[in-house]
Design a protein around this ligand. Structure first.
Ligand SMILES: [Cu+2]
Length: 105
């Protein structure tokens, strides 16, 4: 029993630390954090914007270039290829959607 306890403690600690880290990275009281993105293409007919994005923790995505829907279709008139944005993404059903964004300086 004396040997087992420290072993269990050692096994339990990393899990606990990970849990705390996750909680600190995504506080429940604030909106999804903004991630960096570069607008590659705007497709008004499809209602999509193709964004080269960084890590998106809100929808569990590694950096890549992909199409997103938009929460507000008027954004498709404002965004243009080459725009650097900071944006939040969320899943709407099975579609990743830009839920808000701001132009990056
Ligand atoms: Cu992606």
């Amino acid at each position: 029993m004396r040997l087992l306890f420290p072993l269990l403690l050692a096994l339990a600690l990393p899990v606990h630390a990970q849990h705390n880290h996750h909680g600190a990275a995504a506080p429940a009281t604030t909106a999804a954090p903004l991630s960096d993105g570069l607008v590659k293409k705007v497709d008004k007919a499809a209602g999509e914007v193709v964004i080269q994005h960084g890590q998106l923790d809100s929808i569990g995505m590694p950096p890549m270039t992909m199409a997103f829907g938009v929460a507000d279709k008027t954004w498709l008139d404002r965004l243009k290829p080459g725009d650097k944005i900071r944006f939040a993404a969320e899943m709407k059903g099975s579609t990743p959607v830009v839920s808000r964004y701001e132009l990056a300086k």
